[in-house]
Design a protein around this ligand. Structure first.
Ligand SMILES: Nc1ncnc2c1ncn2[C@@H]1O[C@H](COP(=O)(O)OP(=O)(O)OP(=O)(O)O)[C@@H](O)[C@H]1O
Ligand SMILES: [Mg+2]
Length: 240
């Protein structure tokens, strides 16, 4: 990494770490100093904030470690046969835990949709995209997930019913630390690393991520992960 980029990275990280830590320290102190003056409801509220900010720190550290891994040269990954449908199912189950207010609709192609990839990388990519789909779309809306093949690729597409991304911001969303400047990002937390990590991991597996906003049906946003097709085993062949 170049020196100025390194400095920029460090100052962003420092800021990202200091904000939640200041809040954790502040709320713990308030709780200690005013324990007998505040009611249970307020106490719960403060503890919840401490928990959320701790979560934010944990996620940031995981993301920074992921970035460090991506940036380190010479990391050789071994690609293995992966059934994309299976990884997608697992990623949806994990996303549901933290996003109970959303509905998930799936449309899988084939029983086994095989690609040469790294299961952990695929899971990380899908978790980042699914998390965004929920974070930037209203509660009670539906996230649609479909898998299939296109030319020599397998793909998984994740479409949300959110407000979408402004055209001029679209080319920047995969940049390190980039967050669009709008009310959606102001009311959510994030470090702008999720898509940077996702795109880099996809490229390491000879794949790519494409974004459409508005999505094909005219609203929301869709992200598609493409990976090289290995083989598809469909229902008809199995039933023969
Ligand atoms: N589904 C989406 N709908 C609308 N905007 C989106 C969507 N996905 C991403 N974005 C925009 O792209 C930006 C970059 O996304 P990215 O996942 O990299 O970062 P983040 O979600 O802000 O933080 P992090 O993922 O590191 O917690 C977001 O801040 C948001 O502005
Ligand atoms: Mg994100």
């Amino acid at each position: 990494m170049k020196k100025d980029l390194q400095n920029e990275f460090l100052s962003t990280i420092t800021h990202e770490i200091r904000t939640p830590l200041t809040s954790i320290k502040g709320f713990s102190q308030t709780l200690q100093d005013n324990w007998d003056k505040i009611n249970d409801e307020q106490k719960k509220k403060f503890i919840k904030i401490i928990e959320e900010q701790s979560e934010r720190l944990i996620k940031l550290i995981e993301n920074v470690l992921n970035v460090a891994k991506i940036d380190s040269d010479g990391e050789n990954i071994v690609l293995k046969k992966v059934n994309l449908n299976q990884v997608v199912k697992k990623a949806i189950e994990l996303t549901k835990i933290n996003h109970k207010g959303h509905f998930f609709e799936t449309n899988f192609t084939g029983r086994e949709l095989l690609t040469l990839a790294d299961t952990d990388f695929c899971e990380q990519i899908l978790l980042n995209i699914l998390e965004n789909a929920c974070k930037y779309s209203p509660k009670n809306s539906t996230v649609k997930i479909s898998t299939g093949t296109k030319e020599n690729n397998v793909f998984v597409e994740i479409a949300d019913q959110g407000e979408g991304i402004e055209k001029k911001q679209l080319p920047k969303i995969f940049d390190k630390f980039y967050r669009a400047d709008n009310y959606l990002t102001s009311k959510t937390q994030g470090s702008g690393l999720g898509l940077y990590i996702a795109q880099n991991l996809a490229q390491k597996m000879n794949g790519k991520i494409e974004v459409k906003s508005p999505a094909e049906n005219g609203t929301g946003t869709s992200f598609a992960l493409y990976l090289p097709l290995f083989e598809i085993e469909d229902f008809t062949r199995r039933d023969m």
